[in-house]
Design a protein around this ligand. Structure first.
Ligand SMILES: [Zn+2]
Length: 252
C-alpha cells in the first residue's frame, strides 16, 4: 500500500514537471513558431545552390562540391564532382570541363566514368567512402514504373546507377539521382532531400511526396526541372503535396 502511495506521488511529481515543460515550451514557442522552422530550413539549405536540373553546388568548409552539372555557366572550381549516372543530362563532359581543375575528384558509376578524364573514383550502390574529408554514401536509384519501351525501364536497377548521401558542414544531404520512389528510401537518413519531380523518366510530384513519407527529411528540395526537362509547376505541385517543408531554390 505504501509503495503504491509512493509511486502515486512520483507520478504526480512527474506530471507537474511535464506540465511545466509543456507550458515553458509553449511560452517560448519551441517547435510551434513558424519562424523557427524557417530559420532551421535556411540553416540546412544555406550552402546549397541550385544550378538547374540535377545540378547543385554545395559549399563545404573549404570543399566545393558539384552534383550532375548540366548546362551550367561555370562557377568556382570543383574539389569534388558527384555524377549519378551516364545519361547526357547528368554526365556532361562539356559542363564538367567548366569547373574541373587538376585536383578535382569525380565520384561516379563505371558507366559514366568512361566519359571523363582526371581523378575518378567509381562507386556502386551500397558503397561508403570518404573523399576530401566528405563522407559519401552511394545509394540505389532506379525506375519501377517508367519505361523506355515495354518492360525496359529508363534506369534499370541492375545498371547500378546511384544517388548520394553526403555530409557537409554537419548536414546530411541526399541527392536522389534519377529514380522512382523505391523501397530502399526507407533506410535513408538525411536532413535535406534533393528529389526529382518531373515524371516521365523519374518520380512525379505525387510520387516524390510519397518518397518524402519514406525518407522523413527535415526539408525537401525539388529538382529534375528548370533546364528544359520537367516544369517548375511540378516543383510547385510537389511543395503543396509534401508532408515536410519544401524549399524551391532560385536557379543560379
Ligand atoms: Zn537518367
Amino acid at each position: 500500500m505504501k509503495r503504491h502511495t509512493q509511486w502515486k506521488e512520483v507520478q504526480t511529481a512527474l506530471g507537474v514537471v511535464v506540465a511545466a515543460c509543456v507550458l515553458a515550451a509553449g511560452t517560448m514557442g519551441i517547435a510551434a513558431d513558424p519562424s523557427d522552422t524557417a530559420a532551421e530550413i535556411s540553416r540546412l539549405t544555406a550552402h546549397i545552390h541550385w544550378l538547374g536540373h540535377d545540378g547543385f553546388r554545395i559549399d563545404g568548409d573549404g570543399v566545393v562540391i558539384y552534383t550532375d552539372p548540366y548546362k551550367i555557366s561555370g562557377g568556382p572550381k570543383a574539389d569534388l564532382i558527384l555524377i549519378t549516372h551516364d545519361h547526357a543530362d547528368h554526365a556532361s563532359p562539356e559542363d564538367v570541363a567548366k569547373i574541373q581543375q587538376e585536383s578535382t575528384i569525380i565520384v561516379t558509376v563505371p558507366a559514366a566514368a568512361k566519359k571523363f578524364s582526371g581523378h575518378i573514383q567509381t562507386v556502386k550502390p551500397g558503397d561508403r567512402i570518404v573523399v576530401k574529408g566528405i563522407p559519401i554514401e552511394a545509394v540505389p536509384a532506379y525506375n519501377i514504373n517508367k519505361f523506355r519501351s515495354p518492360g525496359v525501364p529508363f534506369h534499370p536497377r541492375d545498371a547500378g546507377y546511384v544517388g548520394f548521401v553526403i555530409t557537409v558542414n554537419g548536414v546530411r544531404i541526399y541527392h536522389a539521382g534519377d529514380t522512382d520512389a523505391i523501397p530502399e528510401m526507407k533506410d535513408i537518413s538525411c536532413d535535406v532531400a534533393l528529389l526529382p519531380v518531373s515524371g516521365i523518366y523519374v518520380m512525379t510530384a505525387e510520387e516524390a511526396a510519397e518518397a518524402v513519407r519514406m525518407i522523413h527529411p527535415k526539408v525537401a528540395i525539388p529538382m529534375h526541372v528548370g533546364k528544359g526537362i520537367g516544369s517548375l509547376d511540378d516543383a510547385q505541385r510537389f511543395k503543396k503535396l509534401s508532408p515536410v517543408p519544401v524549399a524551391i531554390l532560385p536557379m543560379e
